[in-house]
Design a protein around this ligand. Structure first.
Ligand code: MTE
Ligand code: MO
Length: 205
């Protein structure tokens, strides 16, 4: 039986079907795709671009040129995204490389935190266990095209389970850390974890 056909009439005040499960508290659905950037959009030519994975002391663990990154196995991701400014966008489509593939051997017990760093100087911090196991990607395609520059192209981090400020645009690398290093917004009053289902928007103090 088609649940959607009957639920309105039979359950009266229940919110629209599936919204209750999909829309985190305090969010509304956005059809457009707002651009939220602190500062200008950096531009970097792909022949001068690379992606690095660094140890805490910034020693290189891995590095990919644009072509090497393009040749890595990519996967398709369809996901909802949630911004701390209260918009959510359903069913966004991306392609990218799983962080599982970029961080082989990363041990959440030894390096429980990650810093994403970007062209332009933006950083954000993430618990390692929240980006491993098919939960985060470096994406180079949005809705079948290269990620537009204002949305983070050539590549951005995508961590859909956290507020979208954690999805760093123009990301150039990841640093594995033994201790937490709060990023750009996290030192400016945003919550350190940023889980939209727990409404972790701002830190108290
Ligand atoms: N490098 C960088 N990444 C960033 C930001 C930024 O200012 N610089 N803004 C963050 C914030 S606050 C949000 S809400 C999202 C917005 O992504 P969008 O502009 O593609 O909607 O990017 C995040 N990633
Ligand atoms: Mo944001």
């Amino acid at each position: 039986m088609d649940e959607g056909f009957f639920s309105r009439g039979f359950r009266g005040r229940r919110p629209a079907p599936d919204l209750g499960d999909r829309l985190p508290p305090g969010q509304y659905i956005e059809q457009g795709f707002p651009v939220l950037t602190a500062g200008p959009t950096p531009r970097v030519a792909t022949d001068r671009w690379d992606f690095s994975v660094l140890n805490e002391d910034r020693a290189e663990r891995g590095r990919w040129t644009w072509q090497e990154f393009a040749d890595l196995p990519h996967e398709a991701i369809k996901t909802d995204i949630h911004c701390v400014t209260r918009w959510s966008k359903f069913d966004t489509n991306w392609r990218g490389v799983s962080l599982d593939l970029l961080l082989p051997g990363a041990d959440p017990a030894r390096t429980p935190f990650i810093e994403a760093f970007c062209d332009g100087g933006y950083t954000t911090n993430l618990p390692t266990e929240r980006v491993l196991g098919g939960k985060a990607w470096i994406v180079d395609e949005y809705e079948g095209r290269p990620v537009p520059p204002d949305h983070g192209g050539p590549v951005r981090l995508l961590v859909p389970a956290l507020y979208f400020w954690k999805s760093a645009k123009w990301v150039r690398g990841l640093r594995l850390l033994s201790r937490d290093v709060p990023g750009f917004w996290e030192v400016r009053g945003y919550h350190n974890e940023g889980d939209p289902w727990r409404e972790e928007r701002f830190s108290d103090g």
